[in-house]
Write a protein that binds this ligand. Structure first.
Ligand code: ATP
Length: 243
């Protein structure tokens, strides 16, 4: 569904991501872990088509993100680490704007807003200007804008930031539900318990390079850490590759 082929991004002399090869399947939740500055956000931005790779290519359902960006973007929903909302627009107005950009009809936009409003427990504050929103409120609107056109691939940078425990539970359920419907979820997180709970596979990136990828059981097997939790395996892998 998603294929990263020799993907690389250089900022000046620094390679933020280097020789990244990765395939994500339909119906899979894949979590990207790694220390600060490892290259997670850079990778997700390239997959979302908001950052141009220095080398390599990205295919989403066979479509090259950089050759056919509009087609690729219709297949994806993206939640950046620092979400942007127009402060003077209400959440609802913003969602209508995004829906129109995706070519949705007014009726479809309205139905979708109603659906996600209920699922994400968005209150009547949807009709207040977003300048009055808390971080969690903003996050719920941004989730809705990423999901309303029913993307095949959902890309999320740090999904739980700002969400209260109940909302975080709802979002984790949504990830699994999307996967069960054949969608792909590619997320980056520092919250290892979230990765452990929702992921089919986990990838660990360090200094721009993928140092491990697999199911939790595969990682346990590879690093001879039977019965260990993800935190113990993560620390082991990142300490080894630093050394
Ligand atoms: P974190 O967990 O801290 O969010 P990350 O894994 O998402 O980190 P990136 O934001 O992708 O890491 O950064 C990877 C590398 O690229 C870092 O060395 C960072 O300093 C560098 N970098 C990121 N954005 C830029 C930029 N706009 N200009 C120059 N260097 C950048």
């Amino acid at each position: 569904m998603l294929e990263l082929c020799n993907l690389g991004k250089r900022y000046g002399a620094v390679w933020a991501v280097r020789n990244l090869n990765l395939k994500l399947k339909k119906g899979e939740v894949f979590s990207f872990l790694g220390p600060n500055g490892a290259g997670k956000t850079t990778t997700l931005k390239m997959v979302a088509g908001v950052l141009f790779p220095t080398e390599g290519k990205i295919l989403i359902d066979g479509i090259d993100v950089n050759e056919e960006p509009e087609k690729a973007k219709k297949l994806t929903g993206y939640i950046p680490d620092v979400p942007f909302l127009y402060p003077q627009l209400t959440g609802r107005e913003f969602l209508h704007l995004v829906g129109r950009i995706y070519g949705m009809t007014k009726k479809k936009i309205e139905n979708s807003i109603e659906y996600w409003k209920e699922r994400l427990e968005i209150g009547e504050w949807i009709d207040l200007p977003s300048s009055e929103y808390s971080h969690g409120m903003r996050q719920k609107i941004v989730f809705t804008q990423a999901l309303m056109h029913e993307p095949l691939l959902l890309i999320i940078d740090e999904p739980m930031v700002g969400l209260d425990p109940k909302s975080a539970r709802i979002v984790k359920n949504i990830f699994r539900e999307l996967a069960s419907k054949g969608k792909t979820v590619f997320l980056s997180t520092h919250t290892l318990s979230v990765a452990e709970e929702v992921s089919d596979r986990i990838g660990i990136i360090e200094k721009g390079r993928l140092v491990a990828a697999g199911t939790l059981d595969e990682l346990r097997e590879r690093y001879k850490r039977e019965g260990k939790n993800l935190e113990e395996i993560y620390l082991e892998i990142t300490e080894r590759s630093e050394g």
